[in-house]
Design a protein around this ligand. Structure first.
Ligand code: COA
Length: 219
């Protein structure tokens, strides 16, 4: 039998009662950001909306304390749907789920908790929503590593209010059945070159070993 004090971490869906803890956790994450551009953190009002039906949020706890969380929303045909930027048709737009605001308190990072939050969140999506989209700053190496490890691919670059973002994409209903035969490796800082590759139809699929460049592939 496992005793309570042996339990390391546990995961569960967040409710409106968790809002005070979400505030505290967010504050810790914001305080430790080295660059404010890499994490456009959610307002508490937006977190309320997500929990009350716009989508869902899951959290990881140590004892009773929330130490990280992650959300998803189903944007359907709302103008905020990132699928519009990828020229998706209506049936695809309705299958989109956006991953939002993944964060883990600094003290608990590099322990695989964000990956587990992703796993748990993905397990809760209903089967109608299989196109997973997210935006990530090109400078956010931890977040890109996390997304790559979940087979999300860089498919588009855009700039909004002077902030750069990649759109990350994965259709979880499809196993990858094509065999890419064109590959590129581009320094992760070389945004011009990366944009050109994306325009030519390449997708960014992983970092190389020392995280200095990104591998791109194309059919
Ligand atoms: C992004 C974030 C959630 C990752 O949390 P985490 O719990 O440390 O991530 P994990 O331990 O699950 O690691 C996931 C993957 O990312 C890699 N990774 C995590 N931090 C990394 C870093 N600093 N440098 C390089 N790779 C890193 C891990 O090695 C792992 O890759 P692998 O599967 O190939 O082994 C965390 O850094 C964070 O909260 N950052 C601030 C908020 C933020 O930027 N959120 C994202 C907004 S888009």
């Amino acid at each position: 039998m496992i005793h309570k004090n042996e339990q390391l971490f546990y995961f569960r869906k967040l409710t409106i009662l968790d809002i005070p803890q979400i505030k505290e956790c967010l504050q810790d994450v914001i305080n430790t950001l080295t660059d404010n551009e890499i994490f456009l953190y959610p307002s508490i009002e937006f977190m309320n909306q997500i929990i009350e039906g716009l989508g869902l949020s899951v959290g990881v706890f140590e004892d009773q304390c929330l130490i990280g969380f992650c959300s998803a929303i189903y944007p359907h045909e709302n103008e905020r749907n990132l699928g519009y930027k990828l020229d998706m048709k209506r049936d695809q737009l309705n299958r989109v789920v956006h991953i939002e605001n993944i964060c883990v308190m600094q003290k608990y990072r590099m322990k695989g908790l964000a990956k587990r939050l992703y796993n748990y969140l993905f397990s809760l999506f209903d089967s109608k929503h299989s196109i997973v989209l997210a935006t990530i700053s090109p400078k956010n190496i931890p977040s890109l590593s996390l997304a790559f490890s979940y087979r999300l691919e860089i498919v588009k670059f855009f700039n909004i209010h002077n902030v750069d973002r990649y759109i990350m994409y994965r259709d979880i209903s499809k196993s990858k059945n094509h065999i890419p035969h064109q590959f590129l490796r581009i320094n992760y800082n070389d945004i011009d070159h990366i944009q050109q590759a994306l325009q030519l139809g390449y997708s960014g699929i992983s970092f190389d070993d020392n995280v200095s460049s990104i591998f791109f592939e194309k059919n």
